[in-house]
Design a protein around this ligand. Structure first.
Ligand SMILES: Nc1ncnc2c1ncn2[C@@H]1O[C@H](COP(=O)(O)OP(=O)(O)O)[C@@H](O)[C@H]1O
Ligand SMILES: C=C(OP(=O)(O)O)C(=O)O
Ligand SMILES: [K+]
Ligand SMILES: [Mg+2]
Length: 576
């Protein structure tokens, strides 16, 4: 990777009319109907109306009120079959604590394929608005909702905005194009009909592109997978010579570099949330997604604006806003961005294209630590198991990278292409699952040897009552080797504060609200259940014990630390 990480002087305020325009290509993704990973279940409801286009049947419409079979059976305690089986087979202490986000793409968009991922441990399904049509995304989101309703899962949905990144066109539907060493390619802002596009010509989505680049600049595709040097400029056309040959993929990201630094000209003034993103956000709000991940965040301001927009559009909505840390600007304003957000993602793909890649590991560590300090969930994303797009097993180096993120105790790991379009989505998920279990267990065993590892995160100043209660409860649970912490939480805040301490035992979070249950599913060590509860801790507890016992999920004699955010109390109780 060329260049060093240089910060240019802060930008002067710009008027919105000064913003160079991004053009958004017409959605060109024809969703194929990949062979299902599992045999179709009886619940499959997708009707294939046209070749290659998936339509949704009426029963995939958003779920309305009414108790599902899964809930009715358990007397009001909603839990999924995977958690139930995990608890029964492995016992409390060996449940997986690190959560898994899977990007849904053409390889995994059918109901049975999403179900297979949920069965394999997916906690959050991510749709990337950079690809696909709104109809496609709507179908996927509704399938996840139907799966939750029918099977009692709490798979949350994350919508990831396209953002104002500079990228290439879709190669007219081709899977890829090969650029050979020394070949001359044209990058242009002109658009063509698929039939009349000249050879070796790529349309770029950023209007200011031809003006901003200079002869001698280097053009990097996907952070350097393919590299060109600009040799000539002819009006809207930028003529380039390939210096590092490779495969160009549809809509691949483009950055340009001058004197070993990333060029940030007018593109630095592109809005973080483009007009297309606002429409996608409206769509996300209407579909009731749980998280909106904002690409290329530059400042805390944009997060605040989006949060108030969501509140105005959908009062009382619980949509959480995740800041993607993937640009130089986000690093400049890191602390205030994370403070303003409901969580963060270390988006290593673009981050590694914007700064020298050798700086990515230390930034990942810093973001993970900062999020923990500020009590915000953090996701480590991109290229965790990249080779599994093609191969059924990962490289040893990938396993080491995944282990590092788990060792850092990030809340969640994310699959991108591995699950969206790779050949082995379920196997990739299984690798994340088994590496998590192994590293978490090892970490618990070795913990006493690590003096630098505090059992609680230090309190904020001035300390808050709930924070102190959660710190004490976590320490108690560790010292007494409790089997689980139970937390009764209305807003989810107390559950988060417990998770933040990364205690040795799992945290059962009971919440009356389905959307909060789903949001908690992103956080480390939390096993979220939906349960209506009263202000009477004693009766809640007795009810919970009998419901869990009836399903064989707890045994008499187990030690439970109970925290209630209503009474702000801690109790230590043996399961009767
Ligand atoms: N909705 C979709 N339709 C078609 N392809 C998709 C879709 N979502 C993801 N993909 C494919 O999966 C790859 C990985 O997804 P992701 O990491 O989210 O995107 P990107 O590579 O653009 O950062 C994409 O490059 C694209 O090829
Ligand atoms: C997760 C990332 O964002 P996207 O996949 O949307 O480019 C990334 O850049 O690492
Ligand atoms: K995106
Ligand atoms: Mg990105």
């Amino acid at each position: 990777m060329a260049g060093s990480f240089r910060l240019s002087s802060s930008l002067s305020p710009v008027q919105s009319r000064d913003f160079p325009k991004m053009r958004f290509f017409n959605p060109r993704i024809q969703v194929p109907n990949p062979a299902p990973l599992l045999k179709p279940t009886k619940t499959a409801n997708t009707k294939v109306v046209l070749p290659g286009i998936v339509r949704v049947a009426a029963s995939e419409m958003p779920v309305t009120a009414g108790k599902s079979a899964a809930m009715a059976e358990s007397g009001g305690l909603q839990v999924d079959l995977v958690t139930e089986a995990d608890l029964k087979e492995n016992g409390f202490r060996s449940t997986r604590r690190t959560k898994i986000v899977c990007t849904i793409g053409p390889r995994t968009c059918e109901f049975e394929e999403i179900e297979a991922l949920a069965v394999g441990g997916m906690n959050v399904a991510r749709v990337n608005m950079c690809h696909g049509t709104l109809e496609w995304h709507r179908d996927v989101i509704r399938r996840v909702r139907r799966l939750n309703e029918e099977k009692g899962f709490a798979v949350a949905v994350m919508m990831d905005t396209e953002g104002s990144e500079i990228h290439m066109d879709d190669l007219n539907g081709a899977e890829s194009a090969k650029a050979e060493d020394g070949e001359i390619w044209t990058f242009t802002v002109r658009t063509f009909d698929p039939s009349s596009c000249p050879e070796r010509t790529i349309t770029v989505n950023y209007d200011g592109f031809a003006e901003d680049v200079k002869i001698g600049d280097e053009l990097l595709v996907d952070g350097g997978m393919v590299r060109f040097v600009v040799t000539e400029k002819i009006g809207p056309d930028v003529i380039c010579q390939c210096t590092d040959p490779g495969l160009l993929l549809p809509r691949a990201n483009l950055t340009f570099w001058r004197n070993e630094s990333l060029v940030q000209e007018r593109n630095a003034m592109l809005p973080t949330i483009s007009s297309k993103d606002w429409l996608d956000i409206d769509f996300g709000i209407a579909e009731g997604v749980d998280f909106i991940a904002v690409s290329f965040v530059k400042s805390a301001e944009v997060i605040k604006t989006l949060k108030s927009y969501i509140t105005a559009r959908s009062p009382g909505s619980k949509i959480a806003v995740i800041a993607k840390i993937e640009s130089i600007d986000s690093l400049r304003n890191l602390e205030e961005i994370i403070e303003a957000s409901d969580g963060a993602m270390v988006a290593r793909g673009d981050l590694g294209a914007q700064i020298p890649i050798e700086q990515v590991p230390s930034i990942q560590k810093r973001v993970v630590q900062l999020c923990r300090q500020l009590n915000k969930p953090v996701i480590v994303a991109s290229q965790l198991l990249e080779s599994m797009i093609e191969y059924p097993i990962p490289t040893r180096a990938e396993v080491a990278d995944v282990s590092e993120a788990i060792g850092q105790q990030a809340d969640a790991l994310m699959l991108s292409s591995e699950s969206a379009m790779g050949q082995y989505p379920e196997k990739a998920l299984a690798v994340l699952r088994s590496v998590s279990l192994r590293i978490e267990k090892w970490r618990r065993e070795e913990k006493h040897l690590d003096a630098t590892n505090p059992s609680v995160v230090s309190s904020s100043t001035p300390p808050s009552i709930s924070e102190e209660i959660c710190n004490t409860a976590s320490q108690m649970a560790n010292k007494l080797k409790a089997d689980a912490i139970f937390v009764y939480t209305k807003t989810g805040q107390t559950a988060s504060l417990l998770s933040r301490n990364r205690p040795d035992c799992p945290i059962f979070a009971f919440t009356p609200t389905t959307s909060i249950r789903r949001c908690l599913n992103l956080q480390w060590g939390l096993i979220p259940f939906r349960l209506d509860f009263s202000d009477d801790v004693e009766s809640n507890l007795n009810r919970t014990f009998s419901l869990l016992k009836a399903r064989g999920m707890i045994n008499s004699g187990g030690l439970i630390i109970v925290v209630s955010d209503v009474l702000q109390s801690i109790q230590a109780i043996k399961v009767p």
